[in-house]
Ligand binder design. Structure first.
Ligand SMILES: [Zn+2]
Length: 275
């Protein structure tokens, strides 16, 4: 699942190539992938992008004339890739855009369910589409985080993943951030001391930066994630086996020693079944 570090690394890699040539052919797109019909995709043809931008986990490609914005949200399994002229292309991409000279931008999505999306919007419509997003996790800072945390009483893991509160963090990076800050994924947002807020803000920034640097070098999940998806492996701080708890629809990975004072959290789904 691409989150802020993964999408920002993509954005940096795409920024130059997407503006090198005008669009020659936009589409075809899978009917479930293309979320808009007016303006039509063909409206991109002959136009040039200014580069690649990002808001949270979404990529934005605005046209040079300021009239259109192509917005891409890869969701869990979508992958946007740039293929140089003559590079082997996937058989049935969910979306394809060909540049003059032969390079292509292709979105593929594994599995039968099409969740990734492509929108072609006016800049005003793009602003409206993104208006619900909270501030970007990268460069957030302790003051702004304190305001967000103080607004309500919510479990930290859930709050960090809420794109309306903070944009860019998902399941994997919420695990990494909370472990780095050494706080429980179930700690309640409004109850953190100013010191803990600062620690959490520092952990968000350092983890986003660490992820970005690794992804820019092409590092894979196994190298990037130190806590996420590492059930039973020793914590890199204290050596305690990493634990996992299934909470509602989400699986959380944490260190019982570093984060929850030695307590192993109950699996909410299981305890409900056993009650
Ligand atoms: Zn630990």
């Amino acid at each position: 699942m691409p989150e802020l570090p993964e999408v920002e690394a993509q954005r940096r890699a795409l920024d130059e190539p997407v503006r090198a040539f005008p669009v020659e052919q936009a589409g075809p797109a899978h009917v479930a992938t293309l979320k808009t019909f007016d303006p039509p995709l063909r409206a991109l043809e002959g136009r040039r992008f200014t580069g690649a931008e990002r808001r949270g986990k979404r990529l934005l490609l605005p046209t040079e004339d300021g009239e259109l914005v192509l917005l891409v949200h890869q969701m869990t399994r979508g992958r946007l890739r740039y293929l140089g002229a003559g590079e082997k292309e996937p058989k049935a991409p969910a979306f394809r855009l060909r540049f003059e000279g032969g390079a292509q931008l292709v979105l593929t999505e594994a599995g039968a369910k099409k969740r990734a999306g492509v929108w072609l919007l006016t800049p005003e419509a793009a602003d409206a589409e993104l208006a619900h997003l909270g501030p970007d996790a990268l460069g957030l800072g302790a003051e702004r985080l304190g305001e967000i945390l103080g607004r309500d009483q919510r479990r930290l893991h859930s709050l960090l993943r809420d794109q309306r509160a903070i944009a860019g963090i998902g399941r994997a990076w919420a695990n990494e951030i909370l472990h780095k800050a050494q706080v429980s994924p179930f700690a309640v947002s409004g109850g953190l001391s100013p010191g803990h807020v600062r620690t959490l803000a520092d952990a968000i920034e350092s983890e986003m930066q660490r992820g970005l640097e690794l992804r820019e070098r092409g590092a894979k999940d196994a190298k990037v994630y130190l806590v996420h998806d590492r059930l039973g492996q020793p914590c890199y701080v204290c050596g305690t086996p990493i634990a996992r708890v299934d909470f509602e629809e989400h699986t959380i990975y944490y260190c019982p020693e570093c984060q929850t004072g030695g307590r192993v959290l109950k699996d909410r789904r299981m305890s409900r079944l056993l009650r």
